[in-house]
Design a protein around this ligand. Sequence first.
Ligand code: BG6
Length: 503
Amino acid sequence: MKELIVRGCIIMSGSNKTLFVIFGGTGDLTYKKLVPAFYDLYVLNQVEPKDLEVVIIGRRDYTNETYRETYEETLFKHVRFKNRDEAHIQGFRELISYYKMDFHEPDHYFGLRDYLLERGNRALFYLAVAPHSFEEITESLKTSGITAAMTDKQLLIEKPFGDDLESAIEVDKAIKKCFKESEIYRIDHYLAKEMMLNILTIRFGNMTFERLWDKDSIESIQVSALEEGGVNDRGNYYDITGALEDMFQSHLLQMLSYVLMDRPKSMQPKHLHRAQERALRRLKPPKLENFNSEFVLGQYVSNGEVNSYVDETHVKADSKTETFFAMKLTSSDKRFKDVPIYVRSGKRMKEQSTYIAITFKPVIGINGKEHDRNVLIIRIGPDEGIYFKVNIKRPGNFDETQTVSMDFCQSCIYENRLNTPQAYERLISHALKKDRTLFASWPIVTKSWELTEQLQSLVKESNNQIIPYTAFENGPKESKSLIKTNGHEWVNDEVLGQTFNGQ
Ligand code: BG6
């Protein structure tokens, strides 16, 4: 037993576990991502009930046993290690406990304080709740004496950080009353995806790409995140957020920062984050005079099989929220002078695919003819892999060429799928090790909001209109003209290559 003094009270600390405390413990994220991630870490022996307890906070009337029954219903849909092993399932139960309280009630935190202190004095607080609750939770953690009682504490928060730059700054100020910057871990799960990390290896680990990563060799850059799904039951959140704030402000800008950054001095968080921040600072939206031809917003309408966006649950019937965007950006970095950077994302697209495509400039071959462009595609998901298009001689004829592709589907290989941590597994294990590399720094978040807001004001100034597009047709035709004007085109399904359908 250890004795701790909190605000004049003596509190006994019984054991010395690390406590991973999840607010929003009965929400989708916890069931689909967090609990499965802990299960996989448990199977890998990276977390053990003797050292760690995952404390699930919720208002519902569960006991440890009944809560376990609820997550066990769906656990194996979401875990990486799908072999049902009774010993693992049993052992894992010891890791998870359920604590009933209402996080809106400051008084309930006193009970939580005693509960936590009986178990340990290192806590990671994970807020899987709407951002407008961040302030009240962190404040109650402070006033109840929980944060002071913990000798070691961390705060993990989910995107979005605020609804705009101003509210993000307010949320940040509020949480910094209780947590230091070094204790705050801002999650963008894209940063922990296998192929996001691979961008760095592919770029900086190959002489060919490292040397050719500039305006002299690159003709255009494309970053796309296309989703087949609609907004499902998230209408409440999505209708006030929209695609720009949901995807561009976070995931797309994180991807762009990895594509455009200079080589960081090292993979230490301070070096990596600084390189990302610089890349984002140099990113420029279209000019007002070109805005309507270089920026497209869309909203899906029914194809006869699925709902139109405005008919989705909790979406306003006259909603003007965008479910698609496409744009042409540029960088003020000399290295990418005049290289168009095409970015798009949308719901109810024809295919599910997130990728980065680098198209290199064409060359005149030995036969005096202009050859097809080399294209490098990094497939981030759902299929992970790398594709490279090259020119070779056509067999037989001396001066004819053909284009062939080298296509490596990393996730098509069973061992690779088994050996690839899921994003949340990686994030949790990094947070437990206090490694902030894969978390967003505060300057990255503010810069991302600034860029998003610049685009939003340009939309207003240019009177840019939301264009309807039929579900499963890859966005409005204007998004195709946007790229065609420069003689380019979006990577098509065929080039996206092999698909692994998750079986
Ligand atoms: C989330 C967005 O952050 O990312 C969702 O809120 C989106 O709207 C999701 O569907 C995409 O993530 P992934 O990992 O499925 O590409």
